[in-house]
Design a protein around this ligand. Structure first.
Ligand code: LCS
Length: 393
């Protein structure tokens, strides 16, 4: 069967596999820093690009390349650039598209450090940033300036679950010649394909759903075109934020089960979200699968499913939330997300603690917000655990 015709799960299992002389079912790990040349001329030709060949692992490696090809295939992109972490992916994009006198428009609720580095680090190099509620495209339109070079979105956003209309923003950006990057970490390509909706770059913390086993920190960029790929790849190579082959091999292994893991976690999350919404101690729940979500209709249109991330608040705010988090037994009180295990955390004091009080207020990251990443355990056990923790509140 021609590879182009395969479905998502078949691609997740097979895409990018390279031929190995022994016919191994799983590709070997090329755990090497460097590759020898046949002779001096061959080496020179590899460097000039006249001959295709591996040179040095920071520049390229077969194990890393397999993962890049697989994720690019699942995102319907031109090519993938694997990096050492999600934040390495964020920095690669910022360095490639921002600089002295350039301006970025970003959603006002992003993973904390994705916003914080613009305000603390990139500002030192003359980068201007404007944060808006991008769930309303009008706000993005109003923020665009002549020097805007990048629109940076996260949808659903961490941790407010706000959903941006990728297609609308992409049409707007195209009119102005602005590059659009979408952090697709909360969905993975299984639930959302930003490049098909008009984005130029997709970004992943593969630490989350793509690897899915809480044993790797990793990142990926996928571009729609060769032009964007050629702009980003040298930044990664120059910064030296490449993956390690073993890290790539483990991530490729995790990717094989992405679809079935999300199916299961999402099925659990729908039940957990309903349980929370109907619990008398819960004041509000934000989950794209609930009709109460402000962008419920957009979520249905743009995402294949509502995913496994839920934010909620209790009557009694922060104190009540802390008491609940201190009393979970099955769920882990831990940051990160998208793994096989259920995790609970408090963004205002943990993942988003580096943001100013004003940034948190404008982004909707309230003290009472508790974030849940629903895992693949038996849903009865997850709900029983949350229920017993809520009785202590
Ligand atoms: N983008 C999003 C949406 C994220 O949630 C994270 C990490 C990153 C990028 C950065 O990826 P990393 O470098 O960690 O691989 N989010 C985390 C979170 O919510 N809790 O702990 C990490």
């Amino acid at each position: 069967m021609h590879n182009e015709e395969l479905g998502f799960n078949s691609q997740a299992v097979h895409a990018g596999k390279f031929d190995d002389a022994l016919g191994s079912a799983i590709s070997p790990i090329y755990q090497t820093s460097t590759f020898s040349f046949d002779n001096a001329d061959h080496g020179a030709k590899c460097f000039s690009g006249e001959v295709k060949g591996y040179i040095y692992t920071r520049i390229g490696n077969p194990t890393i390349n397999e993962l890049e090809q697989a994720v690019a295939k699942l995102e319907n992109g031109f090519g993938g650039i694997a990096v050492s972490s999600g934040m390495a992916a964020v920095n690669t994009v910022y360095l490639a598209y921002l600089g002295q006198g350039k301006h970025v428009v970003a959603h006002n609720a992003l993973y904390g450090p994705s916003r914080a580095i613009l305000e603390s680090l990139y500002v030192r190099f003359g980068v201007e940033s404007t944060f808006v509620d991008a769930t309303n495209t009008e706000n993005v339109a109003k923020a665009i300036r002549p020097n805007t070079s990048l629109i940076y979105l996260e949808t659903p956003a961490n941790p407010t679950m706000g959903i941006t209309d990728i297609k609308e923003v992409a049409v707007l950006a195209q009119k102005h010649g602005i590059t659009v990057c979408v952090d697709n970490t909360f969905c993975s390509p299984y639930l959302q394909k930003p490049l098909d909706l008009g984005a130029d770059i997709v970004l992943h913390s593969m630490t989350k759903f793509i690897n899915g086993h809480a044993d790797i920190v990793a990142g990926m960029l996928v571009t729609k075109t060769k032009e964007h790929y050629d702009k980003l790849r040298p930044v990664m190579v120059g910064m030296g934020c490449n993956m390690d082959p073993h890290q790539a091999w483990l991530t490729r292994r995790g990717l094989k089960t992405l679809g079935i893991r999300i199916d299961r976690a999402q099925e659990n999350a729908i039940k957990v979200a309903n349980f929370l919404e109907n619990h008398r101690k819960v004041e509000w729940v934000l989950y794209p699968g609930l009709a109460s979500h402000p962008q419920f209709e957009l979520a249905k249109k743009q995402m294949k499913g509502p995913g496994a991330m839920i934010s909620f608040g209790l009557h009694g705010g922060l104190d009540a939330g802390k008491r609940m988090m201190d009393n979970v037994q099955l769920a882990l009180l831990a940051v990160s997300l998208g793994g096989i295990e259920t995790l609970i955390q408090h963004p205002a004091s943990m993942t988003h603690s580096k943001l100013s009080a004003e940034a948190k207020r404008l982004g909707g990251i309230t003290d009472g917000l508790v974030r849940l990443s629903v895992g693949i355990e038996d849903v009865e056990d997850i709900i029983a655990d949350l229920d017993q923790a809520l009785t202590k509140v």
